[in-house]
Design a protein around this ligand. Structure first.
Ligand code: 5GP
Ligand code: ZN
Length: 113
C-alpha cells in the first residue's frame, strides 16, 4: 500500500468506486472518465507503480489480471475489447498504480493517439 496513491485508497475503501469485481488480489471498477461506451479498470490490490515495477513473484498476478480483464469484458458484453496498460507519463499514464484498461462497445481505431 502507498499512502498517497488514489488506487490504493480505492482498495482500502477510502474512496468509493463503482465496483465490478473483487478477489484477494484484484479489483475492477468503472473508469470515471470513460473513453468508450464500456471502459473499466482492473488493478492489483498490491501497490505496483507500473509494469517496470513488477517482480518475478508478480507473474501469476499479472496473468490473472489480464485473464480477468478479458473475462469481465465478455461478461459486460465486450468480448471484443482493447486491453491497455499505459506505461509511463509519455504513454499516457496518470495514475502510478498499475492498471489494465478494458475498453469496448464501439469500433476502436488504430494507431491510438
Ligand atoms: P492512466 O491515464 O493512468 O492510464 O489511467 C488512469 C485512469 O484512471 C483514467 O482513465 C482515469 O479516468 C481514471 N481515474 C482517475 N481518477 C479516477 C477516480 O477517482 N475514479 C475512477 N473510477 N477512475 C479514475
Ligand atoms: Zn497504489
Amino acid at each position: 500500500m502507498s499512502d498517497n496513491c488514489l488506487f490504493c485508497k480505492m482498495v482500502k475503501g477510502e474512496i468509493p468506486t463503482e465496483k465490478i469485481y473483487e478477489d484477494d488480489q484484484l479489483l475492477a471498477f468503472w473508469d470515471i472518465s470513460p473513453q468508450a461506451p464500456k471502459h473499466f479498470l482492473v488493478i492489483p490490490k498490491k501497490h505496483v507503480s507500473g509494469p517496470g515495477d513488477l517482480a518475478v513473484e508478480d507473474d501469476g498476478m499479472i496473468g490473472a489480471l489480464v485473464r480477468k480483464g478479458a473475462e469481465l469484458g465478455a461478461e459486460q458484453g465486450i468480448s471484443d475489447c482493447r486491453l491497455v496498460i499505459n506505461n509511463g507519463a509519455q504513454a499516457g499514464q496518470t495514475v502510478f498504480h498499475l492498471h489494465l484498461h478494458v475498453l469496448g462497445g464501439r469500433q476502436l481505431t488504430w494507431p491510438p493517439g
